[in-house]
Write a protein that binds this ligand. Structure first.
Ligand code: BG6
Length: 491
């Protein structure tokens, strides 16, 4: 691996993501001694401002978004001295020339560019950088989602960057890949001997992935309406989790080996049709209700007009390959649900033959035997829980079984260690040029191809959103989606 980039060039520097995540992450990296002493951050946005005014804004953001015990005035003083601000309008070549002057002399040591702007500006920004001579083989470019709104438009966005940068220089961000718990899926599957032999259709009955949020639109109306939960959460975060969960074991932990396996899993997703969406998908939109004891308004009220955008989606997916044939994957995500909770639930099959009498009955002579489940809680708590059957102490003639839980709290096991912001990992990897936790173009396209099949199916079948009261787990049809198969959501 080459020397890490010495310069970080951030576009969209006055935006919400920069204030909440990117600057606090960079500050944390500096505070942990992970940035070179002469590291330079050049922040850029359209607003006219000088360096000092922008540094003040960054310090205010640090105070607001860092935990109180992380903010240290001496480190903050070092941090602000690393920051320059350069106003840039992406349609103005002269602005890029001014930007290039500020980079002066540092080009050879590598630049990591971070695009936290609307995707329509990705192409013009990349072109502006190239015209100003800032594009060298040591320039890397990271971009935030959304990369398009369907396969065709994602190709346009990817082409607009791809004709200037090689794929090895392009870092597509999915912040879920920066989360420790998502990376921990790799450790769980491939660092332990006991899970992988069971990780297939022979032993697994079905899998559930839930990413539930309590928040509503949070002032993002203009972005969210017309996008919806399928594109906002499933196309990227949920499919990335699914690909890590279902891929074949990569030969090693390197960007090509890992992403080759992920893309194969993504390409094996069975496309939906106008027929299958009716039974394999549910679209929901929240109406007024109560979440966490607070009365909240409905989506249409927040928007100020009726809309057919879904704020909840539940899907029954299939991965058509040898390992997963016949295993349903139930996926759901939504806003204004009862709890903020992201988790994976693996429901194993029953034992082949019960020596304890009739299965699954707690009374009337049954043994209490139940299939095992493995719950991997990704957030807010971080734990792994495996239910196993155990003999209930007692002298009954027939052995009575009861589920007990093998409970590994990762929060407790690693209590002394600071839980990092997902962006800390990703920025560090971007600076170092490690693409393992970034999404390759073929992955994005495989994700869109599957999502397009659902959106096309919805259009063709005229599937409108069903409503759900805020504070509920989506429309009742989401419960029916899984209960038709004799299973139920793990809430
Ligand atoms: C973003 C979505 O990508 O992820 C948001 O655009 C969503 O709508 C967010 O709220 C959830 O991220 P996290 O890290 O809070 O689970």
């Amino acid at each position: 691996m080459t020397e890490p980039s010495a310069t970080f060039l951030l576009f969209g520097a006055t935006g919400d993501l920069a204030r909440r995540m990117i600057f606090p992450s960079l500050y944390n990296l500096l505070s942990d001694g992970l940035l070179p002493d002469d590291f330079l951050i050049i922040a850029s946005a359209r607003t006219e401002m000088d360096d000092e005014a922008f540094r003040e804004e960054v310090c205010a953001a640090l105070k607001q978004f860092l935990p109180a015990d992380r903010y240290d005035a001496d480190i903050a003083a070092r941090f602000r001295a690393m920051i320059l601000y350069q106003p840039v309008d992406s349609s103005n070549g002269a602005h890029f020339a001014e930007l290039a002057e500020r980079v002066d002399g540092r080009l050879e040591r590598g630049i990591s560019v971070y695009l936290s702007t609307p995707p329509s500006l990705f192409g013009p920004t990349a072109q502006g950088l190239a015209d100003a001579g800032l594009l060298t083989p040591r320039t890397r470019i990271a971009m935030e989602k959304p990369i398009g709104k369907d396969l065709a438009s994602s190709k346009v966005v990817n082409d607009s960057i791809g004709h200037l940068f090689a794929e090895e220089q392009i870092f597509r961000v999915d912040h879920y890949l920066g989360k420790e718990t998502v990376q921990n899926l790799l450790a769980l599957r491939f660092g332990n001997v006991m899970f992988e032999p069971l990780w297939n259709a022979t032993a697994i009955d079905h899998v559930q992935i839930t990413v539930a949020e309590t928040v509503g639109l949070e002032g993002r109306v203009s972005y969210y309406d017309g996008v919806g939960a399928l594109r906002d959460m499933v196309q990227n975060h949920i499919l990335q989790i699914l690909s890590i969960l279902t891929m074949e074991p990569p030969a090693r932990m390197d960007p090509t080996a890992v992403r080759d396996e992920k893309v194969k899993a993504l390409r094996s997703l069975r496309p939906m049709t106008a027929e299958t969406v009716k039974t394999h998908s549910v679209r929901g939109q929240y109406t007024p209700g109560a979440v966490g004891g607070q009365i909240v308004t409905g989506y249409a009220d927040e928007l100020g007009q009726p809309s057919d955008t879904e704020t909840f989606v539940a899907l029954k997916a299939h991965i058509d390959n040898w390992r997963w044939q016949g295993v349903p994957f139930y996926l759901r995500t939504g806003k204004r649900l009862p709890a903020r909770q992201s988790e994976i639930m693996i429901q194993f099959k029953p034992v082949r033959h019960s020596i304890f009498g009739r299965d699954g009955q707690h009374s009337g002579g049954g043994s209490g035997l139940e299939p095992n489940t493995l719950v991997i809680r990704l957030q807010p708590e971080e734990y792994i829980r495996l239910t196993i059957m155990s003999k209930r102490p007692g002298l009954e003639r027939q052995v009575q079984l009861e589920e007990v839980t093998l409970d590994v709290s990762l929060t407790a096991a690693f209590a002394g260690q600071r839980r990092r912001i997902a962006y800390e990992r990703l920025i560090l990897d971007l600076l170092a040029g490690d693409q393992t936790l970034f999404v390759r173009r073929d992955e994005v396209e495989a994700q869109w191809a599957w999502i397009d099949s659902i959106i096309d199916g919805w259009k063709e079948a005229h599937m409108k959103v069903s409503t759900y009261s805020s504070g509920n787990w989506g429309p009742s049809s989401a419960i029916a989606l899984i209960e038709r198969d004799g299973a139920s959501w793990h809430d």
